[in-house]
Design a protein. Structure first.
Length: 278
């Protein structure tokens, strides 16, 4: 019976292909005659509850690749799991966990953002044309976050590299205390000053500093050194991208200063080995 079914499918092949071609032609004619999808869609969030706001955003993203969100008022989880080819531009202040679990695309905020931007982000790019709150890049596994201004505490906490992914967080001004806490991979760049308890528990990745850390901020878990050629190969393109995004707004550029940066790196990849019984 299976052999007969297989023969029937083989015999029906040319007719099926012809029908498929005809349907494709019908779709093409329909698409050509129908209205083109909007290049950009706008959505006003206002005082919408975050659940309703996110439902509406998801529906609009099914219809357009480029979406402008107006009057955003601290709604959480905007851009969650955003996929490749999609772009959100946020006018207002998004709430916590902007771009969490992001898988691609671009989220751009024309202003400030709250806590945990890029929480567990996998890919894509977040651009903040202002400052952000605490724990930016929390547990990031890939993608890039560019913050024009400063950030709160614990930026880069638990960042890690996954496969060939190497997450990046660039902070344009000051970063609060506990920067890079428990960092296991990735790259953090800070152009301003850093706070206390820098890189506590860090056992992977690298932090690049434009300004020296404050006295007593570093522990013996990490090593402070000048950047070398290998560092510059990583750092210079990130500074050039920062300048491309923000130099016109700020009135200055920073990429020419790359060679003056300092590197913070872990002294050991197993800082807690002595705590375990062998």
């Amino acid at each position: 019976m299976q052999a007969n079914d297989s023969k029937t499918r083989r015999d029906a092949g040319p007719a099926t292909d012809a029908g498929c071609d005809a349907r494709k032609a019908d779709v093409a004619r329909s698409s050509a005659s129908g209205p083109a999808p909007a290049a950009t869609r706008r959505l006003t969030l206002g005082s919408l509850h975050f659940k309703e706001a996110n439902e509406q955003v998801r529906r609009v993203l099914e219809q357009a690749d480029d979406v402008e969100l107006d009057d955003v008022r601290a709604q959480r989880y905007l851009g969650c799991a955003l996929s490749e080819g999609k772009r959100l531009r946020v006018h207002g202040t998004p709430g916590n966990d902007l771009a969490c679990y992001m898988d691609g695309g671009v989220v751009e905020v024309l202003g400030n953002a709250q806590d945990q931007v890029g929480n567990t982000m996998n890919a894509g790019e977040v651009i903040i044309r202002g400052r952000c709150g605490d724990a930016a890049g929390y547990a990031m596994r890939g993608g890039r976050i560019f913050v024009r201004d400063g950030c709160g505490w614990r930026a880069g906490i638990h960042m890690k590299e996954y496969g060939e992914k190497r997450p990046v967080v660039v902070i344009g001004r000051d970063a609060g205390s506990f920067l890079g806490e428990y960092m296991a991979g990735g790259v953090v760049v800070v152009l301003g000053e850093t706070g206390d308890y820098l890189a506590r528990g860090m056992h992977g990745g690298v932090i690049y500093l434009r300004k020296p850390p404050r006295a007593g901020a570093l522990s013996d878990e990490v090593v402070l050194s000048r950047v070398d050629d290998a560092d510059l190969a990583v750092l210079e393109p990130l500074l050039e991208e920062y300048d491309r995004l923000f130099a016109d707004e700020l009135g200055y550029a920073v990429h020419a200063e790359a060679s003056a940066f300092l590197r913070v790196s872990p002294a050991s990849s197993r800082p807690y080995a002595s705590m375990y019984v062998r």
